[in-house]
Design a protein around this ligand. Sequence first.
Ligand code: URA
Length: 225
Amino acid sequence: MTRRNPFPTALPFLPEKRSLRTLRQAAAECQGCDLYRNATQTVFGDGDPHAELMFVGEQPGNDEDLQGKPFVGPSGRLLRKAAAEAGLDPDRIYITNVVKHFRWEPRGKRRIHKKPSEAQMAACLPWLHAEIEQVRPRGLVCLGATAAQALLGKDFRVSRQRGELVTSPLAELVLATVHPSAILRAPDDETRALETRRFVEDLTVMARALRRGRPRAAEVHAPLR
Ligand code: URA
């Protein structure tokens, strides 16, 4: 028996005339699934509109929900530091999530992250596809299993395939690695340091691949004949 998607989709909320600006404005009104009800606001992607590289996470967390920007909390700080160590240009990055509203459940006075359901992810995906279409990054990094499976298929295993460039119609260079929040949850400092190094190594694969494919200055400025 096929189960019906209990939620509609974001599709009818997407604007006809598309730019990152019109998409961001329209996403603020999205009711494509039920998550808008308990979230403070839509957290749309942010960064260089012509970024060479796009990072895709799972969904905004508590800090992101309150500030309205992706990866502004501890995971974001770790991501930016690791990206800089890997040699990625922080000014040429666009960061977004598969799901644009914070899904949470109360625990005492705190709001605890709850993984979005498959139906909620499917409902939200048109926003991400529209962002990819606008930014057209050369490189795309999926952070964690949720992003990897949403974009690369359910059979994708970050544990086995992390740090490997994979073929995908989404971008020229596509790679998945762990989510920085998984590193922050490491049981001790030693494991955290080791996992951070592996994360930087994965990002270095992307940084090198981006550099390899980039035209040299001499080619860029060569006069047309
Ligand atoms: N984790 C995510 O996946 N995305 C964010 O924006 C913040 C934390």
